[in-house]
Design a binder for this molecule. Sequence first.
Ligand SMILES: Cc1cc2nc3c(=O)[nH]c(=O)nc-3n(C[C@H](O)[C@H](O)[C@H](O)COP(=O)(O)OP(=O)(O)OC[C@H]3O[C@@H](n4cnc5c(N)ncnc54)[C@H](O)[C@@H]3O)c2cc1C
Length: 475
Amino acid sequence: MTDVVPLIEALTAVFGTRAVLTAESDLEGFVEDWRGRYKGRAACVVLPSCTEHVAAIVRLCAAHGVPVLPQGGNTSLCGGAVPADIGIPPVIVSLSRMRQIRRIDAANGSMEVEAGCVLQTVQEAAAAQQRLYPVSLGAEGSCQIGGTLSTNAGGTSVLRYGNTRDNVLGLEVVLADGTVWNGLRVLRKDNTGLDLKHLFIGTEGTLGIITAATLKLHPLPTHHALAWFAPVDPAAALQVLGLFQAACGARLNAFEMINRRQLELVIEHVPERRNPLGELHPWHVLVELADTGGGDEMADLLQRTLEAATQAGLIVDAVVASNEAQRDALWTIRHSVSEANKKGGVGLTTDCAVPVSAVPAFIEQATRAVHALIDGLDILVVAHLGDGNAHFIPFFTFDAWHALANPGATATALRRVVNDIAHELHGTFSAEHGIGQTGLGEMAHYKSAAELGLMRAVKQALDPRGLFNPGRLLP
Ligand SMILES: Cc1cc2nc3c(=O)[nH]c(=O)nc-3n(C[C@H](O)[C@H](O)[C@H](O)COP(=O)(O)OP(=O)(O)OC[C@H]3O[C@@H](n4cnc5c(N)ncnc54)[C@H](O)[C@@H]3O)c2cc1C
C-alpha cells in the first residue's frame, strides 16, 4: 500500500497549507458529488494557481506513485469528478483558482481562458465584447471550462453551434510526465498532422490535465423569439422541428422537450416556477430563434410557424414570450429540472442519443421496457430533441427508493434496458454527461473490443503508468 504522507508533506512544502487541504471537513465538497450519490476518499486536495503549479503537482504525484484526479466544478451527473472508493486515494487537483481570462480577440472570434473559469463568467466576458460563447447548460453558474471540455459537454445550444468540441480552437495541457503542451492555437484552419486537442476533449481527465483553452466565439445574437408549446406527442414535436428548420434555418437556436411529470416536479419543488400553459399537457417544448437583427421579422416567423403547426394538428397549445422577463422565466423552467429532480426523489438519469428521427420510437420503447420491469414507475423525459439526445429518467419517490430490496441492482437493470433500446436504434448510452462512474459498466458492455483496444493504446502512449484518473473511462 502506497503511503501518501510523504507526498502530502512534499506538496505542502512547495505550495503551503492554504493550497493543500487535508482536513476531512475541508475535503467534504470535493470527495462527494452534488447529489450525494458518490463519495470516495482522497489523499488531499491541491489548489494550484497557475499552469506551472499543475505541472509541479503532477511531477510530484508521479514521483510518489499516487494517482491524480482533476476536478472542475464537480457538477458531473455521473460521479465523474469524485474518487471511487478503490485503490490508492488520489490527489484531487482542483482547478478552481485558475480563473483568469487571459485574452479576448473579438476580431478573430477567440478567447483564451484558464480551465477553472466558470462557464457563465466566460459567456459574460464574451458578451461584453459582443461575442457569444455558445455552450450553455443548467450548471453554467458553477461548472468550469476544464470540466466542460473534459466531458465534451452538450447543453441547449448544440442544435445550432455544436457541442463543446466544436467550439474549441486550442488547448494547454499538463501531460503525465509534467510536460506542458502549449496547443493554444487561434486558427480555424490548421492541417499540420494530428489535431491533438481532440485527445483531451471528452476523455474525462484520463490523458492529461487541461489548464487553459482557446475558445471559439460567434457573433452575439441581440434579438430572440421564444415560445413554449404543447405538441400532441413526440412524433408531432419532431414534425414541428422540421417546420422550424425549414422556415428559420440557422436562426433556430434551441428545441427542448420535457414531459408532464418532469414539468410537475419543477413546479412542485422549485419556488416561483409555473406552468406556462393553461393546463398540464403530456408534452412541452421550448423553441427559440435568435439573430443579430430582424427582431420583428423573427417574431412573425415564430408566430407563423406555430400557426402552421397548429393548423396541421401538431400543436394543442402555445404561448409566445413577449418580453425579456418572460423569456428568462421560460428558460428558467427548463434549467430547473436537475434541481427539481434532486429535491423530489431519486431519478436514474440516463444520457442516450439516437438519430433525431428515432427519438419518438426510443421514448415509446424505453417506456414499455421500464414498465415491464416496474409497472407504472414514473418516467421523466428531458430531451434536447434537436440533437436526438433524450434523458430518459426512471424516477422514484424517496420512500419507494428506500423500500427497494437492492437499489443498486434495480438502478443498473433499469438503465440497462433503456440503454439497450438506444443501442438497438443505432444510438449511444452516453451523449453529453461523460462516462464517470455510472457508465463504466456500459462501456464494457457496448463498446467493441477493437474500439476499447484503440483507446487503451492511446492511454498507454500518453499515460503509461496510469497516473490520471485510473479506473475511469476504460473498464
Ligand atoms: C443542473 C445541471 C444541469 C446540467 N446540464 C447539462 C447539460 O445540459 N449538458 C451537459 O453536457 N451536462 C450537463 N450537466 C453535467 C455537468 O454540468 C457537465 O458535465 C459539466 O461539463 C461538468 O463540468 P465541471 O466543471 O463541473 O466538471 P467536473 O464535474 O468537476 O468533472 C467532470 C470530469 O472532467 C474531469 N475534469 C474536470 N476538469 C478537468 C481539467 N481541467 N482537466 C482534465 N480533466 C478535468 C474530471 O476529472 C471529471 O472526469 C449538468 C449538471 C447539472 C448539475
